[in-house]
Design a protein around this ligand. Sequence first.
Ligand code: TYD
Length: 206
Amino acid sequence: MKKSLFIVIEGLDGSGKSTSGKRLAEVLEERFQAKVLTTYEPHNPSCGGDYIRQVLTKKITQFRPRTLALAFAANRLDHCDREIIPWLESGNNRIVLSDRYYLSSLVYQSTEDFPMASVLKINELALKPDLIFFLNVSNEVCYERMKKRNLPPELFEENLEEIRRKYLAAVEFLRSEHGENIVEIDGNGTVDQVVESMIQHLTSQP
Ligand code: TYD
């Protein structure tokens, strides 16, 4: 495995990002003796994290979508500077595994008058991941998993079909316009199956 590796896991709400991320981290530590930092976005301890959380839980309802996009970009840059980059530079065999990153901003913050290219532009200083796993899961499985959490729906948790369409467009956009390494993983199976497909991909990389 490389000296250090920055991996992002992306997918719709309920696609199993955090569960499979946690398991993947354990496997990377056990089988490859990697030192793994598992993290997530929006990152509460980073810049603007509280503001973002309040918007997502609908406690703040009066906001300009552009403000939210800028808040996510600032949150990410601070997350990079104080968590992600220091971890990757702290020694050999370091891995950062982030649950969501700028692909999410392209999906949720782009609009007709603020297209994906503009969202990417305000994220230009964020460290480029080595690899993005996109967990693709059917709408039925997403809804089932969200129901089990038994929490009130957050701001972007409805209209999965529209979000899926934007995910596929954002994956295409980042691949073609930004040379991003994005691997689609079938997330409908068990956690172990999902994690094994990720490991298989990682170990088959040159
Ligand atoms: P989620 O992964 O569901 O976290 P939690 O389980 O803690 O609620 O993410 C929260 C929401 O944040 C999700 O609906 C997508 C949204 N989001 C954006 O709108 N833009 C971004 O850049 C990121 C990282 C997340």
